[in-house]
Design a binder for this molecule. Structure first.
Ligand SMILES: Cc1cc2nc3c(=O)[nH]c(=O)nc-3n(C[C@H](O)[C@H](O)[C@H](O)COP(=O)(O)OP(=O)(O)OC[C@H]3O[C@@H](n4cnc5c(N)ncnc54)[C@H](O)[C@@H]3O)c2cc1C
Length: 287
């Protein structure tokens, strides 16, 4: 089916993109790679009279490291670009690896990081890893620019903290996370993950491990008891010793974690996968 006709706007600055949205309000939506939006428009699940294509806005594509060490990834960066970006590969190899394994090459070349975050379909990889990395979302509206922690960005299925008139400009990974030993492991029998788990170790500060599970409920969840058990471990222990200390607490926590039955599997199956994938993510982050 073809989408209902709409007018396409192609602004070349963030200011103009926000201005189009201010003029057309609820009748307009933003378009990035279109891998989710165009499917919904063609199925006529969504309808807009105006579509604002963000692809010509250069500041949404930039990837750089600030002087303070913060890694900034423009929201219009595709999964493919992120996977190959030399800075991301250097500073956050675990995130580059995640991007390299999203979906298939057609989706990776067109689909953007901002698109997957704003669409908020729970069976996605990026939200889980960005929670473990303590990332922030940079949102711009005509009135202000604000930052929302990744852990507060996803509110439920297809719902985020982004306000209707805001554009997700960039994702910031703070210096305490950039350079962390981090890894993400997922499994699914469709192109989207049934379960994903991210582990990130902080080089300093009292909190040692961030361990998050995603795709099992509407929003990612921390494995807090396992994180706490990791906080008392001596720094720089080899994986075998870390695992000996964490395995029983992780098994107990994974067996109780909130999970939903859906087409990707039963809640019990997902709980089992959480324990398996968490071990793999911890191992990959330490070896
Ligand atoms: C077959 C298939 C398999 C997939 N498998 C995976 C997978 O394994 N893992 C995974 O993580 N994901 C997977 N995905 C999801 C994929 O990552 C997303 O489709 C893609 O990243 C969305 O980006 P986009 O640029 O195409 O978004 P679009 O479709 O252009 O936009 C999606 C939504 O976000 C809004 N939006 C987009 N950018 C912005 C912005 N900067 N500011 C404000 N609003 C914005 C749009 O208005 C729209 O509502 C899969 C998708 C498909 C179709």
């Amino acid at each position: 089916m073809r989408p209902v006709r709409f007018e396409l706007h192609r602004p070349t600055s963030l200011e103009d993109a926000l201005a189009f949205k201010a003029v057309y309000g609820d009748e307009a939506t933003f378009h990035a790679g279109g891998t989710e939006l165009l499917v919904a428009l063609k199925a006529r699940v969504l309808h807009y009279d105006h579509v604002i294509d963000l692809k010509q806005v250069p500041e949404l594509r930039d990837i750089h490291v600030r002087e303070d060490g913060t890694l900034v990834i423009g929201a219009l960066s595709t999964h493919h670009v992120i996977a190959r970006d030399p800075l991301v590969r250097l500073v956050l190899p675990g995130y580059a690896e995640l991007s390299e394994n999203v979906a298939n090459i057609r989706v990776r070349v067109a689909g953007t990081l901002g698109g997957v975050l704003c669409f908020a379909e729970p069976h996605a990889d990026a939200p889980t890893m960005l929670c473990a990395l303590d990332a922030r979302m940079v949102l711009a509206s005509p009135e202000r620019t604000r930052r929302v922690p990744s852990r507060e960005f996803h509110l439920s299925e297809f719902t985020t903290a982004r306000e209707e008139n805001e554009i997700l400009v960039a994702i910031e990974v703070p210096p305490s996370s950039a350079g962390t030993r981090s890894a993400y492991r997922c499994f699914g029998h469709t192109e989207r993950p049934a379960v994903g788990v991210a582990a990130a170790w902080s080089p300093n500060g009292p909190k040692r491990l961030n361990l998050w599970a995603g795709a099992i409920t509407a929003t990612p969840q921390p494995l807090s008891e396992t994180e706490e058990a990791a906080n008392v471990l001596a720094p720089d222990l080899p994986y075998e010793e870390v695992w000996a200390s964490l395995s029983s607490v992780l098994a107990a926590e994974a067996a109780r974690i909130d999970a939903h039955d859906d087409l990707h599997g039963s809640a019990d199956y997902k709980r089992h996968l959480v324990s398996v994938l968490a071990q793999r993510a911890i191992k990959a982050s330490l070896t």
